[in-house]
Design a protein around this ligand. Structure first.
Ligand code: HEM
Length: 356
């Protein structure tokens, strides 16, 4: 039963039959007002189905969302990831691997303790699973079903959804661990400005820039991981528990309060939205953040593996070559050891013996 089009211009669900103020049925007439009210979600709707949003019969935004999801989202997102991979390959071909320039000392220094590596790999492992399964779901209808057919794609989609939903908890825990362990060392400092001004020394072969435990580039990675991680987790929770949160109407209310939308868009953002609209925004936002996040992490993985000699050990064994520490994180090395980063270090006895 639904009534709409003004306080008492009531109408029944049967097309063309209107219900009068005292409940009497009347002959068919123009239902424009009723359908307008249904469409604008101002009609009083009563259905037998119970649950959130069951009284929304028409939701205009559905089509806009669908065309965005199948069109610009996939196209731009896909190009962003492909473009990032091409840019990294080009950087590798032009710059080559960033090598340890001085003589390796034969000594190592602990860079990350076990608990730090555990937090990192929990986040990294879950992120990779979330990224792969998320992309499988997002690109499924447009690319995978035409390739493999519905029959073959169905188990992939079911497994992806299961993995995605369940692994998300590990990722959220990882983000909390990373934040707690490393926030103090990732606060901005004056050395970061010099690091940024010199492009981190990455574009010239022999320029080393001062850095503590984390350089400015790593701080950017850290804050991206934390902020995008929070945002993607919140929108993900809203998708996992559909119609339960009003993430966007509350966010938009806050933004309207700051008057930024009025200033830049000329009007406030919509705050009175149906639960379906909330879900559409949550899905779009979740995917946009994911694309951006994956692009940043691709850069991070590059530099942590093939891009820089000696970097992977920091998260692998936890110990790095002293010369690597002196070249890339000189201030941290000096703080951690109390030694000068430029002093001569004689080779360890067994290396010295082999040399003579
Ligand atoms: C195969 C994947 C990955 C590899 C090989 C890798 C490698 C590394 C390495 C070697 C470091 C230490 C760098 C140093 O000692 O200075 C590091 C740090 C870090 N990683 Fe990863 N990582 C991976 C994936 C991820 C993912 C998925 C995330 C988060 C979503 C992440 C977040 C971080 C953060 C926040 C740091 C500290 C800041 C930084 O060094 O940039 N990593 N990673």
């Amino acid at each position: 039963m639904m009534t709409g089009g003004g306080p008492r211009s009531a109408a029944s669900a049967e097309l063309g039959t209107t219900v009068g103020p005292s409940g009497e049925l009347s002959a068919p007439h123009n239902d424009q007002a009723m359908w307008n009210a249904v469409r604008e979600n101002t009609a009083l709707i009563d259905t037998q189905v119970r649950g959130p949003a069951t009284d929304v019969l028409i939701q205009d935004g559905g089509m806009t969302w669908l065309t965005f999801r199948q069109g610009p989202l996939l196209t731009w997102g896909g190009w962003l990831l492909l473009g990032t991979l091409i840019a990294l390959l080009a950087f590798f071909l032009i710059r080559g691997r960033i090598r340890i320039q001085g003589h390796k000392t034969g000594f190592t220094i602990e860079r990350f303790a076990f608990v730090e590596r555990f937090g990192h790999w929990l986040t990294a492992g879950s992120f990779i699973l979330l990224g792969i399964t998320g992309l499988l779901v997002l690109f499924g209808r447009t690319f995978l079903i035409p390739l493999f057919g519905h029959q073959a794609y169905s188990p992939i989609a079911i497994a992806s959804k299961w993995v995605h939903n369940n692994v998300s908890w590990a990722f959220m825990l990882g983000i909390v661990l990373i934040f707690v362990m490393w926030v103090a060392q990732n606060l901005p400092s004056r050395t970061d400005l010099a690091w940024i001004a010199k492009g981190g020394g990455m574009f010239s072969k022999d320029s080393h820039v001062h850095a503590r435990k984390f350089n400015a580039g790593q701080k950017i990675v850290f804050w991206s991981v934390i902020l995008l991680g929070i945002s993607i987790s919140l929108s993900g929770l809203s998708l996992m528990f559909p119609m339960q949160f009003q993430l966007f109407s509350h966010t938009f209310e806050f933004l309207n309060w700051t008057r930024l939308p009025q200033l830049f868009l000329g009007e406030p953002l919509i705050v009175n939205m149906s639960p379906q609209h909330e879900m559409q925004l949550a899905q779009a936002w979740h995917a946009i953040v994911a694309f951006l996040y994956i692009a940043i992490i691709l850069g991070h993985i590059y530099i942590g593996t093939v891009g820089m000699e000696g970097a992977f050990d920091a998260m692998g064994s936890g110990d790095v070559e002293v010369q690597w520490a002196r070249e890339h994180h000189d201030l941290w090395y000096e703080e951690a050891t109390g030694r000068d980063a430029h002093e001569y270090i004689p080779p360890p006895p067994e290396t010295a013996a082999r040399r003579s």
